[in-house]
Design a protein around this ligand. Structure first.
Ligand SMILES: [Mn+2]
Length: 274
């Protein structure tokens, strides 16, 4: 039987990626690997990571994370790669433009199967899964269009921090990108908080994690998989208002913790630690 695995933030940890896949008995010619984004940056070998994932062909799919978008923006000269991201070997590679074209075609939200959603940061609680896919497609159509740099040069910034369906143009796209790739906490009016990165035990009462904000569209049959939030270490409080299965897959491998994979067929988590 073909298995679908969803992997947490790889962040250039190529050796860890290969070892985690071995531990999961991932069969590259048969199974499919899905990623929550942040394939690159911070870890030691973003180039080998992209080489390997690209070569998986139809056996790999990912959503974009904030670090992937930064890399694309850097390729267009819009953002400056940070030394601590260790991206120079990738940027200097003769195949760099091939990998940028590859990333530009990736969505912000994807459904590996019915009732399952993968995003980098999560599902904004005013959106259903179907709405998330439509909003992802709005951004995708620009990134795959003739002028992706127009969106890339306007995507940075924290305003607007609240969703309104009447938002248009860059303000609309900026909110969509921020919600899918940077969200962790919300204020009680459901506006995005961009400051707090801590574990919910230490966040205070002014903010709540997005997955603890009630989303009337979520049902028990739904599964949401996301990364981005290493401080959670995979820990979602059991007392939550949403009946969906919510799985946090960034378990901080690049910071010396674990790399997590979730098998969609048996709902089991496999973790690799060095
Ligand atoms: Mn991230």
């Amino acid at each position: 039987m073909i298995k679908n695995y969803v992997i947490g933030d790889i962040q250039g940890c190529y050796k860890g990626l290969k070892r985690a896949l071995k531990k999961a008995n991932f069969r590259p010619a048969k199974d499919k690997l899905w990623a929550v984004g942040d394939l690159v940056a911070r870890g030691p070998d973003s180039l080998s990571t992209l080489e390997y994932l690209y070569d998986l062909g139809p056996h790999f799919e990912t959503v974009l994370g904030n670090h992937d978008l930064h890399l694309i923006a850097a390729a267009y000269g819009i953002s400056e790669p940070k030394p601590q991201d260790k991206l120079q070997p990738l940027i200097k590679s003769k195949h760099f433009s091939k990998y940028i074209d590859f990333l530009l075609k990736k969505p912000l939200a994807v459904q590996p199967m019915k009732d399952v959603l993968i995003t980098h940061a999560g599902l904004y609680p005013k959106w259903s899964i179907d709405k998330a896919i439509l909003l992802s497609q709005e951004v995708e159509s620009i990134l795959t269009g003739p002028k992706p740099e127009k969106l890339l040069s306007n995507m940075y910034g924290n305003i607007p921090n609240s969703w309104n369906k009447t938002l248009e143009g860059y303000a609309r796209h900026r909110f969509i990108v921020n919600a899918f790739t940077r969200m962790r906490y919300l204020h009680h009016d459901y506006s995005l908080d961009f400051k707090n990165k801590s574990h919910p035990d230490h966040a205070g009462k002014e903010v709540l994690p997005w997955f603890l904000a009630y989303n009337p569209k979520l049902k028990a049959k739904h599964t949401l998989l996301f990364g981005h939030w290493a401080a959670l270490l995979g820990d979602i409080p059991p007392q939550k208002p949403n009946p969906a299965r919510i799985v946090a897959l960034d378990t901080g491998f690049v910071w010396g913790n674990k790399l997590s994979l979730y098998c969609l067929e048996n709902s089991k988590i496999i973790q690799f630690e060095e």
